[in-house]
Design a protein around this ligand. Structure first.
Ligand code: TNX
Length: 504
């Protein structure tokens, strides 16, 4: 490619052409203007028939041959993934934001690449509740995801420690619920254990910008509003949401510690109406088919002690608190499906019976996902034993975020999203996989980068490629290819964990 290379954007390919111009154009300094008669050519086409041939409408075929480079996408999305591959072929400097090489011509090897993803859900969860990630950080992560052909950003927007999305009809959710007085960080022994206030939130316009930026990168943003547990920030803002007959919820503040919190939502009509209002605004902001309602780690002690909760159990004829949670989740499952959306929740939502059409994020292991798939529910496989990026990536004492178990790069690379005990029919319910990045101990983008990379690159390959069975995967080959990929991550400014271990 050189200054005379033009882009021939045939019908339906203009957005991909714009991405090439703004991104690859910025890195190379080439104008990549619309193609005229002379000069080499990048031909972009949507060829729907390719979907059958490649087995996915996200597939593409890229052919570089002399002065013509063609990318055929089975859809505009497939074409976009092909454009990502084109950038890879140009080398690490094509990942910068401005030219550094002084180069006027960019060579592309003569190749044909035929490529399609194994899974349609290739995700990353960002926990912006425990530590807020300002909007620009999220946009940057969308760029990083696109470069890795990941297509679902699961945004964990609410938790005990903060509420991060503006809800117009309930302004205190962010006015009061998005700040905590202090943040406990790292080890209890650490001098950082109790330090400064922390907070922040996205306005509705911020969310619209994030969603539009994601859509241009063919990424769906799945919002998570966590209920009925992990809700102390909401209760601190609106005390009537809590179990007021067992605790003085007016005395609660946004939580400043980590772990499982006993202060959960009351299963009352007040709470249901309040959250219907929340979800109404969430649906306006997020076009995603799936809406995540959390459902994890909801201790039932307050419900056991609460006369109001017990009355509800009796009134509904339920067997106990587990069924009360199932009823709560089921209510929003029906509410969402009446509005053309689908509920997804953590695997605890299966306890006490799961609403029809609901999908499950299987995090406590494979078991929840296996049970869900066997019962005909769709599943995203994200067991903490493999794809929890908050877990440390090496045993060394010098790991900067030394919490929990060790999940190495190789563990992630050998993760198999489809459990072998599933039949082919059941396995079709495995939509895909995602890495979960919980940020209790990650207060800034550099720490998030360190935990995410390089393991997110391994997850991306697991989600996209048809790899052999875990034991047969060639991890040495992956590591060799990572050597080239580290140069791209350097150009992108990613503060990954160096292969030799933490920097002193
Ligand atoms: C469990 S995964 C949680 C999160 C924590 C995470 C820490 C899940 C649904 N719940 O609230 O951040 O462990 O690894």
């Amino acid at each position: 490619m050189d200054a005379d290379t033009g882009i021939d954007a045939t019908g339906g390919t203009e957005r991909v052409a714009r991405w090439l111009r703004t991104t690859v154009g910025a890195a190379t300094g080439l104008p990549l203007a619309p193609h005229r008669d002379s000069g080499s050519r990048v031909l972009l086409r949507v060829v729907p028939a390719l979907a059958g041939e490649l087995g996915s409408d996200e597939g593409y075929r890229l052919t570089a041959d002399g002065r013509l480079l063609t990318i055929d996408g089975a859809s505009e999305t497939g074409l976009f993934w092909g454009a990502q591959t084109l950038r890879q072929l140009l080398g690490p400097d094509a990942f910068r934001r401005a030219p550094v090489t002084g180069r006027t011509a960019w060579e592309i090897p003569a190749v044909t690449v035929q490529d399609a993803p194994r899974f349609r859900w290739r995700g990353l969860l960002l926990d912006v509740a425990r530590h807020f990630m300002p909007k620009d950080g999220v946009l940057r992560y969308l760029d990083l995801m696109a470069a890795h052909k990941l297509n679902v950003l699961h945004l964990h927007l609410t938790d005990d420690q903060g509420w991060r999305v503006e809800i117009r009809r309930h302004p205190r959710l962010t006015e009061a619920g998005s700040w905590r007085a202090r943040t406990r960080f790292g080890h209890r022994a650490s001098p950082l254990w109790e330090h400064r206030p922390h907070g922040g939130h996205y306005t509705q316009d911020d969310v619209r910008e994030i969603v539009a930026y994601a859509a241009e990168r063919h990424i769906t943003v799945v919002p998570e509003i966590d209920v009925p547990g992990h809700s102390q920030a909401a209760i601190a803002a609106y005390p009537e949401l809590g179990n007021t007959d067992v605790v003085d919820t007016t005395a609660l503040s946004v939580w400043d510690d980590w772990g499982i919190n006993p202060n959960v939502l009351a299963p009352t009509d007040t709470t249901l109406r309040f959250y219907e209002g929340v979800f109404e605004e969430v649906l306006e902001l997020f076009p995603s088919q799936f809406v995540h309602i959390g459902g994890d780690e909801c201790p039932k002690d307050q419900w056991r002690a609460s006369p109001a909760a017990q009355a509800r159990i009796a009134e509904l004829g339920l067997a106990g608190e587990e069924e009360l949670q199932a009823w709560f989740v089921g209510h929003f499952g029906r509410w969402l499906s009446a509005r053309g959306r689908r509920l997804i929740g953590w695997d605890e939502i299966m306890e006490g019976g799961l609403a029809e059409g609901a999908a499950v994020s299987s995090w406590r292991g494979y078991e929840g996902g296996v049970a869900a798939a066997r019962a005909g529910h769709d599943v995203v496989m994200c067991p903490e034993q493999y794809v929890y990026l908050d877990h440390r990536q090496a045993p060394g004492e010098d790991e900067p975020v030394p919490i929990g178990w060790v999940r190495t790069l190789e563990d992630v690379y050998r993760f198999e999203p489809v459990p072998p005990q599933l039949t082919d029919g059941e396995a079709r319910h495995v939509l895909g996989t995602q890495a979960n990045l919980w940020t209790e101990v990650m207060e800034d983008a550099a720490r998030v980068d360190y935990q995410a990379f390089p393991r997110l690159a391994a997850l991306a390959e697991v989600a996209w490629s048809r790899l052999p069975a875990p034991a047969e995967r060639d991890f040495a080959d992956f590591e060799r290819r990572m050597a080239a990929h580290y140069r791209r991550l350097d150009a992108l400014g990613v503060a990954y964990r160096p292969p030799a271990g933490p920097r002193p």
